[in-house]
Ligand binder design. Structure first.
Ligand SMILES: NC(=O)c1ccc[n+]([C@@H]2O[C@H](COP(=O)([O-])OP(=O)(O)OC[C@H]3O[C@@H](n4cnc5c(N)ncnc54)[C@H](O)[C@@H]3O)[C@@H](O)[C@H]2O)c1
Length: 376
């Protein structure tokens, strides 16, 4: 059985579907601080198998001890964490407590239970303002530009140290570049609970009229069109990388680091143009000064993952944007199913099955600016 912390969050949910579909038993631990219990039902429908679910906190050591006693856990995928950069600047202690202390707590409980296989959701933010492009895993780790980045790097260092001190550990540090997109059914996706910080969730909210316009933070970067360049990766490709990495960790001890990206960067303007083409929507833009801490460009060298894991991203930018737009059209209010079907009195799993069956009918690209209309 695989324990997935943060398994009902955006990335964790996609990983759970892939793990269950591959025949694994899955236990999710999530405190639901940035997610919804409904996601468990959607994972179940998509995977055709139900994960076990415990609502709880990775900082709760007695709870973790009980979990490792009660369930036959072989490996842990550790996605639970806080991820909003701006919030981390305002509330650094909260970020260190969850992302660092929570990780230490989890590692201690794993060590006590004799479970030594751990895959960690890290981030390209640990590279800081790396000047070398593309970025490979041997790049000297820079100074992350915010407390969120520091917390990910500190957690990486904790896990790397324990793996180097005890040969029973197999630790994988997955440095995600920019995960976007959604499950192609439109049932799983990113559901920001506050105003989004990242480009695509914000762009989706502009497309549905929830935000007025998209701010481009700086058009004078040394990039081909002056706007920032990032390596966007489909969340399904990202989830697939976890299965490959877990398989590798089962056969190899020590600490291993892999970039999960496509190796191709897109500028903000390229993203907007591609989204307008895929969705048929018009995105009002406003150019504003650069944001502190933003870097001009960042894309991965994913060669190490290709060589060691036989993994590479296969979905292109249009698929990322189409799947994200489908998710947004079907779920304009995130996981609040009641808002989608206000009069329904059927059980949640029946609603989910109906949602899956009607997924294609619900998705009508190039139609209306009002996403609500597509689901009435
Ligand atoms: N989304 C990205 O762009 C991105 C990029 C790089 C790395 N990451 C990392 O990937 C991981 C998952 O990111 P995501 O985008 O799915 O975020 P998310 O917020 O959607 O998912 C995180 C999940 O962890 C849960 N959680 C938070 N604190 C917890 C705690 N103390 N105990 C138990 N559960 C807790 C939340 O409820 C949520 O369900 C995070 O660790 C994040 O730092 C994300």
């Amino acid at each position: 059985m695989i324990l997935v912390t943060g398994g009902v969050g955006y990335i964790g949910a996609h990983i759970c579907v892939e793990l269950l579909s591959d025949g694994n038993d899955v236990l999710i631990l999530d405190n639901l601080c940035n997610s919804s219990r409904i996601t468990v039902e959607r994972i179940t429908v998509l995977a055709g198998a139900r994960p076990s679910f415990i609502e709880g906190d990775v900082r709760n050591r007695p709870l973790l001890e009980r979990i490792f006693t009660d369930y036959p856990i072989d490996a842990v995928v550790h996605c639970a964490g806080l991820k909003a950069v701006g919030e981390s600047v305002r509330e650094p202690l909260r970020y260190f407590e969850t992302n660092v202390s929570g990780s230490v707590n989890l590692c201690q409980a794993m060590a006590d239970a004799g479970v030594h296989t751990l895959l960690f959701s890290s981030s390209a933010t640990v590279y800081g303002e790396c000047v070398q492009m593309p970025i490979d895993e041997s790049c000297v780790l820079g100074q992350p530009t915010n407390p969120y980045g520091h917390s990910k790097l500190m957690a990486e260092n904790v896990m790397g140290s324990i793996a180097r001190s005890d040969p029973r550990w197999s630790v994988g540090l997955l440095r995600y570049f920019n995960p976007i997109g959604a499950h192609p059914s439109g049932l799983l996706g990113e559901a920001p609970t506050t105003a989004p910080n990242n480009l695509l969730p914000y762009l989706l909210q502009v497309a549905t009229g929830q935000q007025k316009e998209l701010s481009i933070f700086g058009d004078d970067y040394p990039t081909p069109d002056g706007t920032g360049v990032r390596d966007y990766i489909h969340v399904m490709d990202l989830a697939g990388g976890h299965l490959k990495a877990l398989d590798y960790l089962q056969r190899n001890s020590g600490v291993h680091t892999w970039n999960l990206g496509t190796g191709r960067g897109y500028s903000v303007l390229e993203m907007v143009n591609a989204f307008e083409r895929v969705s048929g929507m018009n995105i009002p833009l406003k150019t504003t000064p650069r944001r502190n801490g933003d870097i001009a460009q960042c894309w991965a060298d994913p060669g190490k993952a290709a060589r060691e894991l036989s993994w590479c991203a296969t979905r292109n930018l249009d698929e990322m944007l189409r799947d994200a737009w489908r998710w947004q059209c079907q779920n304009p209010h995130g996981y609040e199913v009641d808002n989608l079907y206000p009069n329904t009195s059927e059980p949640e799993d029946v609603t989910m099955i109906r949602l899956v069956r009607s997924a294609d009918a619900l998705f009508r690209p190039n139609t209306t600016r009002d996403a609500n209309k597509t689901i009435t």
